[in-house]
Design a protein around this ligand. Structure first.
Ligand SMILES: Cc1ncc(COP(=O)(O)O)c(C=O)c1O
Length: 400
C-alpha cells in the first residue's frame, strides 16, 4: 500500500481478512482514477444523471440580516437530495469496473443508503444497506426510498442503534463476504476509504471555487460545512486548501450542549484513538471505550471524525466548531422562512454556527455547503414544534 496516513492520522487498523480487499481496492482506484474512460463515465453520470454542477445561491435576506455575504453551495439540489451521491456513484462505478456484483453499505441519516441504492439501481448492482433501528425510525422516508429502488435494508439492533453500529455490522458483513464491495459513506474508515471518498467529493470544492470567482468576483473569506464523518466538508475544503486567505471551518454536532455530555463534538470533547479502522479524534472514555453520542441530526450522530480533518486541525489549516441542536433548528427555520429552502438538519448546523458568530463574521464573504435537503427531517422538525395542521385534521373526527 502507498501512503496510508494524513500526518499521524488515518492508517489501516483493519482485520487481516480485509487487507486483501482493501489492497485490491487501492490498486483499482490508483489505476482507474487515471483512466480517461472511467473519468468520462463518471462525468457523464454526475452531469447527465445526478444534475451537476449544483448551483451556488446567494442568500440575500439572511445575508442582510446577519451582516455578511452568505453563499449556499446547493448540494441539496443534487439527485436524491444530498452530496452523498457523488461518492456513491463513484464507488459503485469503481466496484463495477472491478467486476463486483454486490454492494454493501451503511447509513445513518439514510442519505448515503438512498444514494447507494440509487447508484446500484442505475448500474445494475445488488445492494444491502445496514441501518440502526433508531435511524430507521427517525429517517423513515429514506428507508422506503431504498426499498423502492430494490435495496435490502438490514435493521441493526445492537449498541446505540445508530450510525456507529450500522458501520460495525456492514464491516462484519464485508469480512464474511469479501467478494462484495463495501461502499463506505463518509471520509473515514481504513485507508484507502478516506482518500477515495474525499476524491469523489472534491467536485463540490472545485465547482464552488469557480462559481464564487465568477459570481462574486473573488474568493470567500470563509468556507464552512457541517462535519459528521467529514465527507461534504472535505469535498468543499479541498477546493480551497491552497488558498491561504480562505479560512476553513467544520461544524460538529453540539447536541444538547457540551456540558451535558450529549453531543458529537469530537474535537471539543474527544481525544485521539482508533475506531472503524483509523486513528483519529473520537469520543471515548479513559479506557478507550466509545462514548454514546447525541445529535438531532442522524448524519452527525457519530463518535469519530475523518482522519484528514484531524490532520487539517493539527496543522492549523482548518478549525472545528460546533452548533447545538437548538442552534441547528433555529437555522433550519431561518433558511426555510427567509430563503425558501428547507435544509437538512446536518447542513443546518453549519448555518447555525454562522448565525451564532455573526458579530465576529460581519462583512465576510462566506461559502457554506448546504449538504442536503430537509425533507427527510420533517417528522423530527414537526415533533419539536408539537405537530402541524395535518396532524390536527387527522386527529379530528371530521368526515369527508
Ligand atoms: C445531508 C447530510 N449532510 C451531512 C452529513 C454528514 O456526513 P458527512 O460529514 O460525511 O458529510 C450527512 C450524513 O448522512 C447527510 O445526510
Amino acid at each position: 500500500m502507498q501512503e496510508t496516513r494524513f500526518g499521524e492520522f488515518g492508517g489501516v487498523y483493519a482485520p487481516e481478512t480485509l487487507m486483501a480487499p482493501l489492497e485490491e481496492l487501492e490498486q483499482a482506484w490508483r489505476e482507474l482514477r487515471e483512466d480517461p474512460s472511467f473519468e468520462a463515465d463518471l462525468h457523464s453520470l454526475l452531469h447527465d444523471y445526478a444534475g451537476r454542477p449544483t448551483p451556488l445561491t446567494r442568500a440575500e435576506q439572511l445575508s442582510a440580516e446577519l451582516g455578511c455575504e452568505l453563499w449556499l453551495k446547493r448540494e441539496d439540489l443534487l439527485h436524491t437530495g444530498a452530496h452523498k451521491l457523488n461518492n456513491a456513484l463513484g464507488q459503485c462505478l469503481l466496484a463495477k469496473s472491478m467486476g463486483k456484483a454486490r454492494i454493501l453499505a451503511e447509513t445513518g441519516a439514510g442519505q448515503h443508503g438512498v444514494a447507494t441504492a440509487t447508484a446500484c439501481a442505475k448500474l445494475g448492482l445488488e445492494c444491502v444497506v445496514y441501518m440502526g433501528e433508531v435511524d430507521v425510525v427517525r429517517q423513515r422516508p429514506n428507508v422506503l426510498r431504498m426499498e423502492l429502488m430494490g435495496a435490502r435494508v438490514e435493521v441493526v439492533k445492537n449498541g446505540q442503534r445508530t450510525l456507529k453500529d450500522a458501520i460495525n455490522e456492514a464491516m462484519r458483513a464485508w469480512v464474511s463476504d469479501p467478494e462484495a464491495h463495501y461502499v463506505l459513506g463518509s471520509a473515514l474508515g481504513p485507508h484507502p476509504f478516506p482518500s477515495i471518498v474525499a476524491d469523489f467529493h472534491h467536485v463540490i470544492g472545485r465547482e464552488s471555487r469557480e462559481q464564487i470567482l465568477a459570481q462574486a468576483g473573488g474568493l470567500p473569506d470563509l468556507a464552512v460545512a457541517c462535519v459528521g464523518g467529514g465527507s461534504n466538508a472535505i469535498g468543499l475544503f479541498r477546493g480551497f486548501l491552497d488558498d491561504d486567505s480562505v479560512a476553513l471551518v467544520g461544524v460538529e454536532a453540539g447536541g444538547e450542549g457540551l456540558e451535558t455530555g450529549r453531543h458529537a463534538a469530537r474535537f471539543s470533547g474527544g481525544s485521539p484513538g482508533v475506531l472503524h479502522g483509523c486513528f483519529t479524534w473520537l469520543l471515548q472514555n479513559y479506557d478507550g471505550q466509545i462514548e454514546h453520542t447525541h445529535s438531532v441530526s442522524a448524519g452527525l450522530d457519530y463518535p469519530a471524525v475523518g482522519p484528514e480533518h484531524a490532520a487539517l486541525q493539527a496543522a492549523g489549516r482548518a478549525s472545528y466548531e460546533y452548533a447545538t441542536d437548538e442552534e441547528a433548528l433555529a437555522a433550519f427555520s431561518a433558511l426555510s422562512e427567509r430563503e425558501g429552502i428547507l435544509p437538512a438538519l446536518e447542513s443546518s448546523h453549519a448555518v447555525g454556527w454562522i448565525m451564532r458568530e455573526c458579530e465576529e463574521l460581519r462583512g465576510m464573504r462566506i461559502v457554506v455547503n448546504l449538504s442536503g435537503r430537509g425533507d427527510k427531517d420533517l417528522s423530527t422538525i414537526m415533533a419539536t414544534r408539537g405537530g402541524s395542521a395535518v396532524d390536527s385534521v387527522q386527529g379530528s373526527e371530521v368526515m369527508s
